[in-house]
Write a protein that binds this ligand. Structure first.
Ligand SMILES: Nc1nc2c(ncn2[C@@H]2O[C@H](COP(=O)(O)OP(=O)(O)OP(=O)(O)O)[C@@H](O)[C@H]2O)c(=O)[nH]1
Ligand SMILES: [Mg+2]
Length: 422
């Protein structure tokens, strides 16, 4: 297997990456795919991979996951190459992690902890920080042995991250209380968000969300469409908070477009749970723009992984536009035509150069005009024109006349909803 070249950073922690590959079982990513992504995760966390080892596992062992012989190999490599941290590509049970560290005598972490550390590093808003802390504590809780021991696990990834040293002495009960408080605070944030969404909905403004694998170009596209000034970077999990901006389509229709946290395959369940307030933005959207980096060597697998997360969020049956991004990097664009035929609702763009952004806007307008929304509104008695409009363009469910108002319930094209609420 070829070594993937990465930046040589003298100051970074020296990492030994262990790729665990099961010989049988459910369909999984290839070793090369896992290796590439784990490298990117470790770089995003500020580590430097100086050694890699692939462990083919026929039967996972209860004590170490991998065989005892391999554990001894790892211990030797750690000594020879002055390794600071061993990172496993597969999740480890608390007991496996402890057993490994006892033999290897080096800090050992798994993929989930690595991802949690990146999130901790990138969280900047109050909400983002609370969500990450909640996910970290939930990850930690079943790994606690005894009372307060092993809490050094927090902030024990690459670099010192996490909720912080001051919390290292807290015991299980305090963690439980902290989890309950974080959940309460996050529920409050979620209800504030829900209120804002309702106000938007009442005004008949359709909601669109940018979804996709991390690093696909979602924030770059939000900036191209709305000059939002969202931070973009070549690296994993740059955006953690959802940011919404108004977008006016060429037909003058106003919509709200939200950028949100990137997805990844086998995203730790705690993270999805902790980020539910942010992800509700996706669940409540009328249309999803699935941004796909077509220049990624494994983009079809990444697309499937995003669709898996959307299924988990019960959002896969929404109207989705597949936005094939970064086409400026392609020398040969002919093969894209085949893709466009195979996927539904596809547009090829470059968020960076602005190529075919107009095609994307057209697609959004087209899709909105085919979407129906139910309205239940009171309109002034003088506005019979709206009753006529509902009859002409939609399906009227009921019309009730009062002294000064008319109550109308109808199913109308989504782009007309705003007219009824003005
Ligand atoms: N060449 C090229 N690069 C792009 C394009 N769109 C985005 N990028 C680059 O891809 C990298 C990731 O872009 P982001 O917009 O931060 O990606 P994201 O999907 O928001 O990533 P997360 O927030 O981490 O989920 C950045 O270096 C961008 O400059 C594009 O159309 N062409
Ligand atoms: Mg982003």
């Amino acid at each position: 297997m070829k070594n993937i070249m990465i930046e040589n950073r003298e100051d970074a922690e020296r990492v030994l990456l262990v790729i665990v590959h099961f010989k049988s079982g459910k369909r999984q990513w290839s070793v090369e795919e896992d290796l590439r992504e784990m490298m990117e995760l470790i770089i995003a966390c500020g580590g430097n991979v100086v050694e890699q080892l692939v462990c083919s596992v026929a039967q996972p062992t209860a004590s170490y996951l991998i065989s005892e012989t391999k554990v001894k190999d790892i211990a030797d490599m750690c000594g020879i190459s002055l390794i600071d941290t061993v990172v496993f590509s597969h999740d480890l049970k608390g007991s496996q992690q402890r057993n490994l560290e006892n033999v290897i005598k080096t800090k050992t972490i798994d993929r989930t902890q690595l991802i949690l550390d990146i999130f901790a590093k990138h969280a900047s808003s109050q909400e983002g920080k609370m969500q990450v802390e909640l996910a970290q504590l939930q990850y930690l809780l079943p790994r606690l042995v005894g009372k307060g021991i092993e809490l050094s696990r927090l902030g024990g990834g690459i670099g010192t991250l996490g909720p912080g040293e001051t919390k290292l002495e807290v015991d299980r009960r305090r963690i439980d209380r902290r989890i309950a408080r974080l959940k309460r605070n996050l529920d409050e944030v979620a209800s504030q968000r829900a209120l804002k969404r309702k106000q938007r909905k009442d005004k008949g403004v359709p909601a669109l969300s940018l979804v996709g694998y991390t690093n696909a170009g979602k924030s770059t596209l939000l900036n191209a469409l709305t000059q939002a000034g969202q931070v973009t970077r070549n690296g994993l999990f740059t955006t953690l908070d959802s940011l919404s901006r108004q977008l006016v389509l060429p037909n003058h229709q106003k919509v709200v477009l939200s950028d949100t946290v990137g997805f990844m395959h086998d995203l730790p369940h705690h993270l999805i749970e902790a980020f539910h307030a942010t992800l509700e933005e996706v669940q409540e959207s009328d249309i999803l723009l699935h941004v796909i980096d077509v220049t990624h060597p494994y983009f079809l697998h990444l697309k499937e992984s995003v669709e898996e997360v959307l299924k988990e969020l019960e959002s896969y049956d929404k109207a989705i536009i597949n936005v094939l991004n970064k086409i400026d990097k392609l020398e040969d664009k002919e093969w894209l035509k085949g893709l466009e035929k195979n996927f539904d609702n596809t547009v090829c763009i470059s968020a960076k150069t602005g190529e075919n952004i107009s095609g994307l806007l057209e697609k959004i307008s087209g899709m909105l005009s085919s979407q129906i929304a139910e309205i239940d509104v009171e309109i002034p008695i003088t506005r019979m024109d709206l009753v006529n409009l509902a009859h002409e363009e939609g399906e009227v469910l009921s019309v009730k006349y009062y002294a000064e108002t008319i109550n109308i319930r109808a199913a109308v094209p989504i782009y007309l909803v705003g007219k009824f609420y003005k």
